[in-house]
Design a protein around this ligand. Structure first.
Ligand code: BEZ
Ligand code: FE
Length: 289
């Protein structure tokens, strides 16, 4: 005799339906998802129209995705889920560089570039040099470490957002640390910018009176043999929105001074126009176990 599906029996019935899932991790996830989702529905008691609206929102989120646009990552970002997942997975030695969100714009492979080369292919904006060393937690330099960087331009747009204005690879570079673990590149100071608001996530922000802005930053993924890679940013000290990043990704340890330098000799050494801004970012990686 079948048991009626009631408010009281609903959750147990669905959890039980997953009990033969052979993969224990998947079984755990499906059970937990069911319990939390049912609790959520019980708490908010959606009307049929509200539930249809929710399905419509998720459908529109999927339709907004393509090769260079990831609306689901954006949704996860503004709900603070990306940052929570990153934080739970980023528990490492206190000395190791903090991680932060990947974001939706690491959608193309960064072009390999030489030490000191410019990632700015347009020559607009405020010239800037970024230097740093990749080291292990005990301070040992990590020669050959790969440092993947990407950033928006001085107007707050990534190359993939402006295919008619920016050449592919503008603001992107893959660098290899030298014998002392040092990396260096020339760029322009990035701007703060709004995350894309022309999709369902933008509508959600508008409906909740939240602003869409991120403070100015440069993205990094750094990795070296025998070490856990880190996905992170440096934030430009003094940038607007450091206190209210739309995706909750600021960590104090990642805010760096972009110091103004007016020194033609140093500019010549760095092959950058004078005056320029100089930022240093040492990246500390934890040995993988
Ligand atoms: C980014 O920094 O590229 C980014 C991160 C989260 C949402 C949108 C953009
Ligand atoms: Fe970004």
């Amino acid at each position: 005799m079948a048991t009626d599906f009631t408010e009281e029996t609903a959750t147990a019935a669905v959890v039980e339906s997953f009990e033969n899932t052979p993969d224990p991790r998947l079984r755990e996830i499906l059970g937990s998802l069911t319990r939390h989702l049912h609790d959520f529905v019980r708490e908010i008691e959606p009307t049929i129209e509200e539930w249809e609206q929710a399905i419509g929102f998720l459908t529109a989120t999927g339709h907004k995705c393509d090769d260079v646009r990831q609306e689901f990552i954006l949704l996860s970002d503004v709900l603070g889920v990306s940052m929570l997942v990153e934080t739970l997975n980023g528990r490492r030695a206190a000395a190791a560089t903090d991680s932060t969100v990947l974001g939706p714009f690491h959608v193309v492979e960064s072009p390999a570039r030489e030490q000191g080369e410019s990632i700015d292919l347009l020559g607009k904006g405020e010239p800037c040099v970024v230097t740093g060393r990749v080291v292990s937690v005990d301070g040992t330099p990590l020669p050959g470490a790969l440092v993947d960087v990407w950033q928006c331009n001085e107007q707050g747009f990534y190359d993939v957002q402006q295919p008619d204005v920016q050449p592919p690879g503008n603001g992107r570079g893959l660098f290899t640390a030298d014998d002392t673990g040092t990396f260096r590149f020339v760029t322009v100071v990035p701007s703060h910018y709004p995350i894309p608001t022309d999709g369902p996530v933008g509508a959600l922000l508008t409906a909740s009176r939240r602003h869409p802005y991120r403070p100015a930053h440069i993205h990094f993924i750094a990795g070296a043999a025998g070490h856990t890679p880190v996905t992170t940013h440096i934030f430009v000290a003094g940038s607007p929105y450091l206190e209210s990043d739309a995706v909750f990704a600021v960590k104090k340890s990642l805010v760096e001074e972009f110091t103004a330098v007016d020194d033609p000799d140093r500019a010549a050494d760095f092959q950058v126009a004078n005056p320029f801004r100089l930022a240093n970012f040492d990246i500390v990686l934890e040995a993988s176990s």
